[in-house]
Design a protein around this ligand. Structure first.
Ligand code: ATP
Length: 338
């Protein structure tokens, strides 16, 4: 094999009885890459991660890790380590013991176990806390211990299943930065499940957008933002979300040929004079401090415009909308780009 794929999924499918949770998944993750599996609840991203881990059996298809076919191997034989959202630490064990636990089960001598635990703790800034019990740790520190447990096993691939979703908003931001730093320091292959596009956008080298058991698009964060493959990806990536206008209800001069819908991001919509061809009434004003989101009901559907922080708009007021030239995305009736 000449290519460098570290994890390769070929025609992977998963059925739960009559329900098909994953359809024809093809994916390559390169060595050292941080790959996010992103999608709404129920799209199959956790199932996909569990198949890679060996916690679920594939209905058909192949899973390769570091060039080895692991499809039929037990989780313990796949050289992976998984970090879950509930970190399930042993309450009676210290931080050091919790981190070293899996090594003990694997028969690694005590001195080596403690040395590896200390090394992982230093990377995760837990070195001052090695003697503490989990009850005396913050949520973020507990999550770091759970990551430490995965680290000491020197896996080929780290698998994360929404590891930050139990943390409060501020801690999530800190842990995002720490995980990115950790990835850079150890250069390991990481596959990370999340429904949070900000996590995926900020941490991942490659994002796999999933919906209804299928991969919708694979790309770098900016590729997905600049060039979404279809309406689903266009609406899912970007916050606040893209607005979609019904072409048939647009003024004739604004109707693009061959498209059913026009997608436009809030940052590409400007408020203008109320007699503009596209106009509507203000139905919601959201103040975020650094920007104000103005939601306008137009005959072609609701449009969100991103305005400066101190912009004013009254509820019910008629405002015109100008779409920045060259920034609209066109979709046909099936949601594909035109
Ligand atoms: P979430 O973010 O809510 O965890 P997800 O994208 O990770 O969602 P999965 O947990 O992978 O979704 O589930 C995908 C689909 O498969 C869902 O419709 C779920 O109900 C179904 N599913 C998962 N596990 C099983 C199971 N053991 N038996 C039957 N159906 C299952």
């Amino acid at each position: 094999m000449t290519d460098q794929a570290h994890v390769r999924l070929t025609s992977l499918e998963k059925h739960f009885g009559a329900f098909q949770a994953l359809k024809d998944i093809q994916l390559s993750v390169e060595k050292g890459e941080f790959c996010a599996l992103l999608g709404p609840s129920g799209c199959g991203k956790s199932t996909l991660l569990r198949l890679i881990a060996g916690l679920e059996e594939a209905t058909s298809g192949r899973i390769e890790i570091a060039g080895r076919d692991v499809t039929m191997l037990e989780p313990s034989d796949r050289q992976i380590a998984m970090v879950f959202q509930s970190y399930a630490l042993y309450p009676h064990m210290s931080v050091a013991e919790n981190i070293a636990f899996s090594l003990e089960a694997a028969g690694v001598p005590k001195a080596k176990r403690l040395a590896k635990a200390a090394e992982a703790a230093a990377l995760l800034q837990l070195d001052q806390l090695l003697d503490r019990k989990p009850a005396a740790l913050s949520g973020g520190q507990r999550q770091r211990v759970a990551i430490g447990r995965a680290l000491v096993r020197d896996p080929q691939v780290f698998l994360f299943d929404e590891p930050l979703s139990n943390l409060d908003a501020l801690l999530r931001v800190q842990m995002r930065i720490e995980l990115s730093n950790l990835h850079r320091q150890i250069g390991a292959t990481m596959i990370y499940v999340t429904h949070d596009q900000v996590e995926a956008m900020t941490m991942a080298d490659k994002i796999v957008v999933m919906s209804a058991g299928q991969v919708q698009q694979v790309g770098t964060p900016m590729e997905l933002y600049d060039n979404p493959a279809n309406r689903f990806v266009a609406g899912f990536i970007g916050n606040p979300a893209m607005s979609f206008l019904n072409v048939a209800a647009l003024p004739p001069a604004l109707r693009p040929a061959g498209a059913q819908e026009v997608g436009i991001r809030p940052e590409h919509v400007q408020l203008t004079a109320p007699d503009a061809p596209l106009h509507g009434s203000v139905r919601l004003v959201e103040r975020l401090g650094n920007q104000t989101l103005i939601h306008v009901e137009t005959p072609a559907g609701p449009v969100c415009a991103q305005a400066p922080g101190h912009a004013t708009a009254r509820l019910g007021e008629t405002v015109g909308l100008a779409l920045e030239p060259g920034r609209a995305f066109l979709f046909d009736a099936t949601g594909h780009r035109v």
